[in-house]
Design a protein around this ligand. Structure first.
Ligand SMILES: [Zn+2]
Length: 298
């Protein structure tokens, strides 16, 4: 039975009074009130996952979660065999070894619009990840503008040792800042190497909240993630990075990533690096062939 039939025998005034009484009766019950609010053609909000750290890509076969890790039978050499829908055996995989090109070309328009944010910390068994607590996407949260397109900051996470290498050398830690273009689904990941040097005040600040066991952890802390970027990162002329076309470095290894790996590093003390290494358990994928791709310098 639909509502029209139900109310049809009553005059409009009775119908109106009934509706008012109904609304009062439903006061505080959102689901009931929603049922009498007319549906509009307002654009669909972005999926919740678009603005959290979860990347909504298929990571399963036949609805089953596939176990993978960084060594042994479920390690990187076998990721391509674990699931047909993964791209881990593709030809545009990441990470790669970077041989710095001799010349720099200012060809990528890149600007950071990161803001103060709270983060939800997750130890997912593969990495320590900081999910950005974005406000409603319409109210511009943290994003980068890359060649005029907005990529929203979803999360950043850590690898030890670094995944990308430079002239064959690893750094002790690499940070990945993962952004997503909600219109195209493509990602833009900013990679920053951490080298041994001075104590890093921000790592010191968050060390107390580093989760040593799997799970998610909420803090009330807010900060701008740019505390983990090298100096001059948002200056078109000074910012120096390598960029190439690649993939996620974890299953499903989707080849949808604009990689931008910074050539200037941040520092952390020997003790801080040791602590991160103990936490991250060598969670890096070995480098893959560059193939026909180019690494460009900007
Ligand atoms: Zn990563």
């Amino acid at each position: 039975m639909n509502k029209k039939n139900l109310f049809f025998p009553f005059p409009a005034s009775v119908l109106f009074a009934t509706l008012i009484a109904f609304l009062f009766a439903c006061n505080g019950k959102d689901e009931a009130i929603e049922s009498v609010v007319p549906v509009t053609n307002a654009p669909e909000p972005y999926e919740q996952n678009d603005i959290t750290g979860e990347i909504t890509l298929r990571t399963d076969c036949s609805g089953l979660d596939i176990h993978w890790e960084y060594e042994g039978e479920d390690g990187p050499d076998h990721w391509g065999e674990l699931c047909d829908t993964w791209d881990c055996d593709g030809h545009k995989q990441s990470p790669v070894n970077i041989v710095p090109p001799p010349t720099r070309q200012l060809s990528k328009s890149l600007r950071f619009y990161w803001k103060n944010t709270a983060t939800n910390i997750v130890n997912n068994g593969h990495t320590i990840q900081y999910n950005i607590d974005q406000p409603a996407i319409a109210t511009d949260g943290s994003y980068i503008s890359l060649n005029g397109q907005k990529y929203y900051l979803l999360q950043f996470h850590l690898h030890s040792a670094s995944e990308h290498t430079v002239n064959g050398e690893h750094y002790p830690v690499e940070i990945h800042f993962v952004h997503r273009n909600p219109n195209t689904g493509r990602l833009a990941v900013v990679g920053v190497f951490v080298e041994e040097g001075d104590e890093n005040p921000f790592f010191e600040h968050i060390a107390d909240t580093w989760p040593h066991t799997q799970g998610s952890y909420v803090t009330t802390d807010t900060y701008n993630p740019n505390v983990l970027m090298p100096a001059g990162y948002n200056d078109f002329l000074k910012a120096h990075f390598w960029w190439y076309d690649g993939s996620l470095t974890t299953p499903p290894c989707s080849e949808i990533v604009n990689w931008m790996v910074w050539s200037t590093n941040i520092e952390a003390s020997h003790e801080q690096i040791e602590e991160m290494e103990a936490l991250l358990h060598e969670n890096y994928r070995p480098t893959l062939p560059l193939g026909s791709r180019l690494v460009n310098a900007q």
